[in-house]
Design a protein around this ligand. Structure first.
Ligand code: ZN
Ligand code: CA
Length: 369
């Protein structure tokens, strides 16, 4: 392990802008690093489906022990505002100047994976086959891992390095996530001269939303109207109003109940006012729930124990590439790597947590050798 190198690489990575869909410069920086380890590196064509400047990076290291391959994964894209990041290292913490996010979500994961692999190679430690996937578009509905070319992946076990908190947390449960689009269509009319001839789309929309159960629904389920739009001028009865919303749940059944409820309220209000409704709800990714006695969980616990990290099994309300990997038959957990206040300009990471994340990668490689 080379602590200085992990930190330097992390800082180098976050200075290369890689907002969602523009990951290509960062990917082009990573590929030669992986190749310098003797890895076979390729890019899939997921970028064509997501509209990104590049695809997912798939890199393979041939093992020396013949044991089953493992997947190590993190995502390349970052949220906004994430351009021109100026990292500051102060008293063992990396933060930004306050104008941007930091990008420890998820470049700390990438730096940790790279250091872990380089270390086992340098130290001449035996290792099995390793498959590394650095995804695009994680922050936009996990699209990169959704469109990953799974025919190129042979691992049945995966570790994603992409969650907050000091190393030791193991996410074994993640939510189902749906996006809802609703458009209410009314009838335009002069608001002063003939309002009775109009049907107000805004009234329909607000009636529907005000009758909806939203925000925290129960222990497993949440729902939120993210944006509303509609209307033109005060003197026109609005003929169009729309919203976009999301619903999530750890339980598929509860998610479907919430979706049904939201749709019913939209239909009721549309009927009450005599308008029309265009409605769609799509589950953009599915949840997962890995039993605690599953090998992937036991290995993650063992690796943390070996390193003296306090372990904690947790469930997440946020999605990660882990959701898609589990759906595609790669039994995977998401591991904490020290990200703090991700998705805000206050994002930071402790340098020590970054080192610990790299140690965890190395330990997992050893355990699977
Ligand atoms: Zn992330
Ligand atoms: Ca994120």
């Amino acid at each position: 392990m080379n602590n200085k190198r992990v930190l330097e690489r992390f800082l180098e990575f976050i200075k290369i802008d890689s907002p969602t869909k523009s990951e290509e410069n960062f990917a082009n920086h990573l590929i030669p690093i992986l190749e310098s380890f003797g890895m076979k590196v390729e890019m899939d064509d997921a970028g064509k489906k997501t509209g990104s400047g590049c695809g997912n990076i798939i890199a393979k290291l041939k093992g020396r022990t013949g044991s089953n391959p493992i997947l190590l994964s993190a995502h390349m894209d970052t949220v906004s505002p994430g351009k021109g990041i100026n990292p500051i290292v102060d008293e063992g913490i990396v933060r930004t100047d306050g104008n941007t996010i930091l990008g420890s979500d998820d470049k700390a994961g990438i730096a940790a994976i790279i250091e872990g692999i380089q270390t086992v190679i340098e130290e001449g430690i035996p290792y099995g086959d390793i498959e590394v996937v650095f995804t695009i578009c994680e922050e936009e509905g996990l699209l990169g891992s959704r469109y990953l070319d799974y025919s190129k992946i042979h691992s049945k076990t995966g570790y994603v390095f992409d969650t907050g908190g000091k190393p030791g947390k193991i996410v074994t449960k993640g939510p189902y996530h749906a996006i809802i689009n609703a458009k209410f269509i009314g009838r335009e009319s002069h608001a002063g001269v003939a309002p009775e001839e109009g049907i107000s789309a805004i009234q329909m929309l607000s009636d529907a939303i005000s009758n909806m159960k939203l925000l925290k629904i129960d222990d497993d389920t949440t729902a939120n109207i993210g944006r509303i739009e509609g209307g033109q001028a005060t003197n026109i009865v609005s003929n169009e109003a729309s919203f976009i919303a999301e619903a999530r749940s750890l339980s598929e059944e509860k998610l479907n109940m919430q979706l049904e409820h939201m749709k019913t309220e939209c239909e009721k209000s549309t009927k009450k006012f005599g308008g029309m409704l265009e409605y769609s709800a799509e589950i953009i990714y599915e949840g997962f729930d890995i039993p605690e006695n599953c090998p992937v969980v036991l290995n993650a616990i063992k690796a943390c124990d070996n390193l003296g990290f306090e372990t904690e099994i947790i469930e997440s309300r946020g999605g990660s590439d882990t959701n898609n990997y589990n759906k595609r038959g790669i039994s995977s957990v998401n591991l904490s790597i020290g990200q703090n206040k991700a998705h805000t300009v206050g994002e930071s990471i402790k340098v020590d947590d970054l080192y610990k994340a790299a140690k965890l990668v190395k330990e997992l490689i050893l355990l699977h050798a």
